[in-house]
Design a protein around this ligand. Structure first.
Ligand code: HEC
Ligand SMILES: [Cu+2]
Length: 326
């Protein structure tokens, strides 16, 4: 089971629209730009409203008393107004360029790199490493060490998706046939919610992910655990469930260290280390897990995971086999 610091659990409860506050250097400059633009727009609206009101209620001389030749008198105000607006807009252009430059790449070199591939409707996450034996695949939950920039390559297996973890970085599209890049960094430990933000079909709303930012030693522990194959003792002890899995599930799912090598569904080797299943739709509890396996099509219509009509006995052996996948 994954044990999270209480701080992390609190952060996970913060709604996704908390992009008004951010927690890392890839997101902060854009957040400040957003504040400045909002503040300035409000100030301009206010000033224009006041000027308009002043113009409306201002006392005017009667028509027949207006001096001839007075028509062009206020023109210098037009020049002043246009001048100030131009200066402000020009200043904002420069400020925006500075922000874009600042979030373009991290200030220190990145040690860690992942590839995230968008599928309808979940995320495959591959940890890269120079040594192929240390690479591994997981799904929907990206772990990163606190205070370190990480590099992410973004791909798509089907249609256009977009990767967005609002508190940590801006959104980046995942386009089939292209590799886009993004970096992010979390300054505080916590769970940061993300979401696909490019409409990608009927399951789009249920395509969430979580970024778990941990202290270096917790991250290291997690990394080592993920690199392991599934425990072979568990497989031999849970034979009936294992066989059922091989028969029904192995064509799509991988469990490293077994013959299950399906590539186009979430890697289940360390299923129980994950906090949620089905890209954020359900919590990873034994009940919700079985609910998902038997009713995936009802819970996430159109998903590539079929619903399985399992007998009570099949469900129970499968559940006890799946419970070994920590
Ligand atoms: C036809 C391919 C296919 C088969 C067969 C299949 N699955 Fe899946 N499974 C998927 C896909 C695709 C997903 C991702 C669905 C999503 O989140 O949109 C998935 C998701 C899951 C998840 C959630 C994983 C996570 O981390 O979110 C579990 C658990 C799971 N499947 C278990 C099983 C079990 C157990 C069986 C056999 C009884 C099975 N699957 C058979 C394709 C398949
Ligand atoms: Cu989408």
């Amino acid at each position: 089971m994954l044990i999270l610091p209480t701080e992390a659990v609190e952060a996970a409860e913060a709604p996704l629209n908390y992009f008004l506050y951010s927690d890392g250097p890839a997101a902060k400059p854009t957040m400040y730009l957003g504040w400045v633009l909002t503040g300035l727009s409000l100030a301009i609206c206010l000033i224009i409203t006041l000027l308009l009101l002043a113009a409306l209620i201002r006392k005017r001389p009667k028509m027949d008393q207006r001096a001839i030749g007075n028509e062009g008198k206020g023109i210098h105000w037009i020049y002043i107004g246009t001048g100030i607006s131009t200066l402000i807009l020009f200043g904002l252009v420069i400020y925006s360029f500075m922000v874009v430059n600042k979030v373009a790449k991290p200030s220190q070199p990145t040690m860690l790199a992942f590839t995230v591939t968008g599928y309808g409707w979940w995320w495959k996450i591959e940890y890269e490493h120079d040594d192929p034996a240390q690479r591994f695949v997981t799904a929907n939950e990206l772990h990163i060490p606190v205070g370190q920039p990480v590099r992410i390559k973004l791909k798509s297996a089907d249609v256009i998706h977009a990767f967005w973890v609002p508190k940590l970085a801006g959104k980046t599209q995942m386009v089939p046939g292209l590799i886009n890049q993004q970096w992010l960094q979390a300054d505080r430990p916590g769970i940061y919610s993300g979401q696909c933000v490019q409409f990608c079909g009927v399951g789009h709303a249920h395509m969430g992910l979580e970024v778990v930012a941990e202290r270096a030693e917790d991250f290291e522990k997690w990394l080592v655990a993920q690199q392991q194959m599934a425990a072979s003792s568990a497989i031999s002890n849970e034979k009936p469930g294992y066989e059922l899995f091989m028969e029904r599930c192995a064509g799509c799912h991988t469990i490293r260290g077994t013959d299950a090598q399906g590539k186009h569904a979430p890697d289940l080797t360390h299923l129980n280390s994950r906090h949620r299943i089905a890209a954020g739709l359900l919590m990873n509890t034994p009940d919700q897990l079985m609910e998902w396996i038997m009713h995936a099509q009802k819970l996430k219509p159109g998903s590539r995971m079929p619903s399985f009509a399992l007998s009570e006995q099949e469900a129970s052996v499968l559940a006890s086999f799946l419970s070994t996948l920590d």
